[in-house]
Write a protein that binds this ligand. Structure first.
Ligand code: APR
Length: 235
């Protein structure tokens, strides 16, 4: 395969589906039983913090379930970063820690991380494995009522956008994996990369919303098509 010195990879919920974490937009998906405005907006949190805490506490607990482990797709991307002779930046929309556990290092969690919390009073952030609630005190300022999940909600700015934009402008290959292409700005990354000369490839169970923008679209289970694609890139 052609050598691509600078690779940027975007992942979404589909890469973690086979690890047992629900995607968002499937009929049995995460949003199915929840209204997005209630559990994934700053307004929803202000209105009913207990409900929002419970939603993210449940999801955080799921990461501690021993059956939830990185799958072959997460491992293949970690291997690509280790063995590729150029640079590999992994940008994930996922708030789980499966890429981290698989060993990806050059990794940006643009929508935050479930196993981190932060304080609205003092801005301090921490790793966290426990449930939190309205009365959880901040370990730094000691105040209660300010702790929130370190999650980017709808209406909030995604994280690391400057670094991501710079990498997109500089990449030769852009790969999108397991994302439906519904949520911006991530859904627009393919256009930025393509307009700047990158080859663009989608690896997804079925064609995403913006499938036709990619030079190439490969459909199938992430645990199968991602390792196969990585193998070719490294050969
Ligand atoms: N292998 C590959 N792709 C899969 C698999 C699988 N095993 N299972 C599902 N998919 C695909 C689906 O076909 C779908 O296109 O993964 C995609 C998941 O799409 P969404 O549920 O919309 O998840 P995502 O694109 O990551 O959502 C983006 O939306 O709600 C917000 O902040 C949340 O980060 C999230 C963002």
């Amino acid at each position: 395969m052609t050598h691509y010195p600078n690779i940027v990879i975007l992942t979404g919920a589909g890469i973690s589906a086979e690890s047992g974490i629900q995607t968002f937009r499937a009929s049995d998906g995460l949003w199915h039983n929840h209204r997005i405005e209630e559990v994934a907006t700053p307004q929803g949190f202000a209105k009913n913090p207990a409900l929002v805490h419970e939603f993210y506490n449940t999801r955080r607990r799921q990461l501690l379930d021993p059956t939830v482990q990185p799958n072959a797709a997460h491992h293949a991307l970690a291997r690509l970063e280790r063995e590729h002779s150029g640079s590999v930046l992994l940008v994930t929309q996922n708030v789980d820690d499966l890429h981290d556990r698989a060993g990806s290092d050059n990794l940006l969690h643009m929508h935050g991380e479930l196993n981190k919390i932060r304080c609205n009073h003092c801005g301090m952030g921490y790793s966290c494995e426990e449930d939190i609630g309205a009365h959880t005190p901040c370990k730094s300022c000691g105040k209660t009522g300010g702790m929130r999940p370190h999650i980017v909600w709808f209406g909030e700015m995604p994280l690391y956008m400057r670094d991501i934009e710079a990498a997109l402008l500089d990449c030769d290959l852009f790969i999108s994996i397991g994302t439906s292409g519904n949520v911006y700005p991530a859904a627009g990354f393919v256009e930025v990369a393509r307009d700047n000369g990158a080859h663009t490839v989608e690896l997804n169970l079925d064609p995403s919303n913006n499938s036709e923008i990619f030079h190439r679209s490969i459909n199938g289970l992430a645990s199968q098509i991602v390792p196969a694609f990585v193998e070719k890139l490294l050969s």
